[in-house]
Design a binder for this molecule. Sequence first.
Ligand SMILES: Cc1cc2nc3c(=O)[nH]c(=O)nc-3n(C[C@H](O)[C@H](O)[C@H](O)COP(=O)(O)OP(=O)(O)OC[C@H]3O[C@@H](n4cnc5c(N)ncnc54)[C@H](O)[C@@H]3O)c2cc1C
Length: 480
Amino acid sequence: MLNSQLLGELERIVGRDGLITSPEGRLTYECDMHTFYKGQPDAVVLPASREHVVEIVRACRQARVPIVPRGSGTGLIGGAMAPRGGVMVGMNRMNRILDVDLANRCATVEPGLINLWLSRAVAGRGWFFAPDPSSQMVSSIGGNVSTNAGGPHCLKYGITTNHVLGLEIVTGHGTLVTLGGKVWDRPGYDLVGTAVGAEGTFGLVTAVTVRLVHLPDAVKTVLALFSDIESASEAVSAIIADGIVPAALEMLDDVVIKAIEEGIGAGYPKDAGAVLLIELDGPRAEVEVQAERVAALCRARQALDVRVARDETERALLWKGRKEAAGAIGRVAPNFLLQDAVVPRSKLPDIMRAMRGISERHGVIFANVFHAGDGNLHPLICYDDQNPGELERAVAANEELLHACIALGGSVTGEHGVGVDKATKLPLQYGDADLNFMFRLRRVFDPDGVMNPGKILPSHPACGEGFRPERPALPAGTWV
Ligand SMILES: Cc1cc2nc3c(=O)[nH]c(=O)nc-3n(C[C@H](O)[C@H](O)[C@H](O)COP(=O)(O)OP(=O)(O)OC[C@H]3O[C@@H](n4cnc5c(N)ncnc54)[C@H](O)[C@@H]3O)c2cc1C
């Protein structure tokens, strides 16, 4: 519960229409797309300028009230939700493109700008913004920066951090700082690299300078059909080992293919056990040669068929199916847990075999749609929360899968970030000294611990003396 003085101050800063305090209004903000974790803010503010943001942070810091930044709320980690209440800062009103500077191959935007809107704005001049999370139709660039988002085309083009040149941040201290800029190599510490992926724990991003990339001359999208996911995984390794770096290399299994076809009808063959969606781009002659080579490699790995999208309409439809796959899974089960672990891509066949065993042991359905080229798995573990015991089985399967990924040399998170979902898992990968160091770094930006508390850093006994957990450890899912 916020005191009336702070509420009055917030209303003065953002105006009456920029402050949400009603129960039904706040309900909309109680979770991100990982709806398992819920926590309502006491108030939501919608700033329209960096000056608003500075004033909001200073007011909340003085009152020692938690601040939770929020972009579009499409995160999958329990990041943009308020486990301890406090003030949520929705950045959607700050959605302008401030500058397009093609001579320097960059643009500066406000954080609430939707990812796809930037590419649309510069496409006519032959440019695009490369990081393309599958949520790019709705997720914000500020959210992409804060989670260091990946996406299908990040295999070739790199993830968000590879495309951020400069940041403007209002730190948890209430100070407006500019990190980096249009020039690539700047003196001093690489604070841009440090702040990308900070998930709102350093402060609020109020402007981002991003690289723009020239649109390729030619694009070819190949669909390779396999009888099972293991042979599709073998083909992924073969393509990469051959020296080809496709722009995107995505895998979908039979459960997902069926759900997409019943929901959207994107042109995937319903009887395939798995498909690879392989996109090649670059100079036309190179793309032609690579497409033939990829087809040959897939056939050598028992592909049942290899097809090339005939035109832009067919290509767009295949991608629409891929990007809306998570929604289509609603046809399989009303609920799912989404894992985001990674394995070295050469271990894909092993993890797929392991997944089959886990699925059988726990009696749950895994639906696979993922960035296979990066070894970044996104199994959707399906369950129905109305059926007693199903959630528990899905949680146990999720946990076992995570450990299987680590055992194969992988990581607890690929691209979605940490949030509350993976916070307790970080000690699987980092030692006490590493976690303590991160904690101290966080405090440089946010001395009083008001910025997005409970996110990223674990409250875990293994974290060592120097690490001061912000609240006692809670089992996953109890941040309500
Ligand atoms: C269907 C679907 C597909 C997806 N596909 C992908 C994918 O391919 N790759 C991928 O990486 N992710 C994917 N995601 C996850 C999600 O879309 C990304 O993490 C995205 O970057 C989140 O952006 P957002 O604007 O929704 O941020 P939010 O969910 O609102 O916030 C995410 C985190 O960033 C912080 N934050 C937001 N804005 C700011 C700001 N201005 N300053 C400081 N902190 C801020 C929040 O506090 C929170 O911790 C997908 C999600 C869905 C639902």
